[in-house]
Design a protein around this ligand. Structure first.
Ligand code: ADP
Ligand code: MG
Length: 547
């Protein structure tokens, strides 16, 4: 929460106007729980492969249709502070695990709902907090036993993990394309056991064709074209130079004005300048390069010489794209032009410009040792490509988690049911009021398979009973949502990264604890705070952080 405290004491000092509103004790907790639950309910129907989409319409009428919990919560304008904490749960989940946002939000809502029930039976929030903490710790250590180690290079397993994360978000007919591309992309950029998705896997949207025409380019795709129509548009095994300095003559400042008095002088000056450009281009030619990417400007005179030498060139390439080109082709960024030599030159299998209009693209592909790759995402309209980009993002993150951690758990509610079973047998060993809370935690975990069942039009209670008893015999059984049957999810290939499951439990438990610890909600208006003088050394009070 924002800092409503005095800097020195470390003790919270809430600063209120005289017309403050205050809600105390149980009422405060109930009110907060209601708000948090409302948010969880909002995304509940999107959980799982057979679930509903949400259409989000913002104030100016833009439409987003999505099945992604994180996107929904992000796009909604949620005001209530406790409700915001659930949004925060989803965000943390997205940041750390890249998937499982709906599960985390739904779990947090249910933990709070069950806590409310316990409080109504007279259990003190402290006992609930303790019980939940013990349950969460036990769940974590159980997941370490329960998980399955995988071979990080097993393409089929990785595709299964990807499919588990994206089914329901993309039509069945696309998931094969998406998962294949995403797995190949992650494996290509894997370095020292780590994957840097943000820097090394670029996504370029290319409207017009079908989603299944999307492709993985081992290299970089720029929305750029050659500077001159006569420059080559297709070069096999291009020799690539990355020039990080302008191919221009520095403009003369006012200090050093050149006095040109006659036509002869003018000609001499132009000739001299021309020589300069020729010298620049000669340096490039000498290095062996036949494709030039320049982060700065290229003078038209230089363009002329480049073209005459059969060199492809484009200018004002973004800094990030220059870095990507370097990672893909092995070229070095050249900062002083006359020092360029063959060791600075990078390679690729093919350079190709596609199209002539403003959205023409240049592909630098088939790079043999590309550490940066590009997914060219195709689709009919922007709505389609944007939705598919979010789907790719999910797929890439779960694959990366699985490859980095090389461990998974079976999905379809299998891990939740099995963990719930373990917690139920663990609860009596703790005893007391905490025991009740641990059982409530177990019940809460079961919201995942229950919701998966209900969203698929199955009877939640009925399926839960079958799952509980099935899980006792085979801990890997979960719900086959399409058939309405209880089956071994490992055999079905329905797999989620452990990181996703652990983080969901962790962030949901933490948010729950925060809500339960509050027993006093004070509401102040911003205007009251205006009276606080800076010399009181009190941090700015952020009214949005409170009720
Ligand atoms: P989240 O935002 O929590 O990832 P999703 O809508 O992606 O929500 O649903 C994830 C849940 O769906 C996971 O529990 C996963 O195991 C389950 N799931 C995915 N595919 C299947 C499947 N084919 N059968 C059963 N459960 C599945
Ligand atoms: Mg998911």
């Amino acid at each position: 929460m924002s800092a409503n405290y005095n800097n020195y004491s470390g003790q919270p000092v809430y600063i209120m106007g005289s017309d403050k509103q205050q809600t105390k004790g149980r009422d405060a907790v109930s009110m907060n729980i209601r708000a948090a639950k409302a948010v969880a309910t909002l995304v509940k129907t999107t959980l799982g492969p057979v679930s509903m989409d949400k259409m989000l319409v913002n104030q100016i009428g833009d439409v987003v249709i999505t099945n992604d919990g994180a996107t929904i919560l992000d796009e909604m304008d949620i005001e209530h502070p406790t409700a915001k904490m659930i949004v925060e749960v989803a965000r943390t989940q997205e940041d750390i695990a890249g998937d499982g946002t709906t599960s985390a939000a739904v779990l947090a809502g249910t933990l709070l709902e069950k806590a409310q029930e316990l409080m109504e039976q007279g259990v003190h929030p402290t006992s609930i907090l303790n019980g939940y903490r013990l349950a969460s710790e036990k769940a974590m250590s159980y997941l370490d036993e329960y998980k399955i180690d995988i071979d990080s290079s097993d393409v089929e397993i990785l595709k299964n993990i990807s499919n588990t994360s994206i089914t329901g978000k993309a039509s069945e007919s696309y998931s094969e394309t998406i998962s294949t591309i995403a797995v190949n992309a992650v494996l290509k950029v894997l370095e020292n056991g780590e994957v840097n998705i943000d820097d090394d896997i670029l996504i370029v949207q290319d409207k017009g064709q079908k989603i299944t025409d999307s492709e993985l380019v081992e290299g970089v795709v720029l929305t750029k074209k050659a500077l001159h129509p006569n420059m080559p548009k297709k070069i096999q095994n291009p020799k690539i130079a990355l020039i990080d300095t302008p191919l221009e003559v520095e403009k003369t400042g006012t200090e050093s004005k050149i006095q040109i008095k006659s036509a002869d002088q003018m000609e001499a000056f132009v000739k001299e300048e021309d020589k300069g450009f020729k010298k620049m281009v000669d340096a490039i030619v000498k290095s062996g390069a036949n494709a030039v990417f320049c982060s700065k400007g290229i003078d038209d005179n230089a363009v002329h010489y480049l073209q005459k030498n059969g060199i492809y060139a484009t200018r004002r390439v973004k800094e990030s794209e220059m870095k990507s080109l370097a990672r893909a082709t092995g070229a070095k960024l050249v900062r002083s032009l006359y020092e360029i030599d063959e060791t600075d030159i990078g390679s690729a299998g093919l350079l190709e410009q596609v199209g002539e209009s403003d959205d023409a693209k240049t592909f630098i592909k088939e790079c043999s040792n590309a550490k940066t790759v590009t997914i060219v995402l195709r689709g009919g309209t922007e709505h389609v490509t944007e939705n598919i980009e979010r789907v790719f993002d999910d797929a890439l993150h779960v694959i990366a988690s699985a490859v980095e951690d090389h461990e998974v758990v079976p999905g379809g509610g299998a891990s939740e049911i099995s963990t719930a079973n373990i917690l139920r047998s663990f609860a009596p060993s703790v005893g007391g009021r905490e025991q009740l809370a641990i059982t409530a935690f177990a019940d809460s975990l079961e919201i995942i398979p229950r919701t998966l069942a209900e969203n698929a039009g199955l009877d939640g209670t009925d399926m839960l009973i079958k799952l509980r008893s099935g899980s006792g015999k085979d801990k890997y059984v979960g719900l086959d949502v399409y058939e309405g049957k209880v089956v071994n999810m490992v055999e079905k290939g329905v797999l989620d990264p452990v990181r996703v499951k652990k983080q969901a439990i962790k962030s949901a438990s933490e948010a729950t604890a925060m809500v339960l610890r509050v027993d006093d909600v004070l509401r102040a208006d911003k205007k009251d705070m205006m009276n606080v003088k800076p010399e009181h050394n009190i941090h700015n009070y952020d009214a949005s952080g409170m009720m």
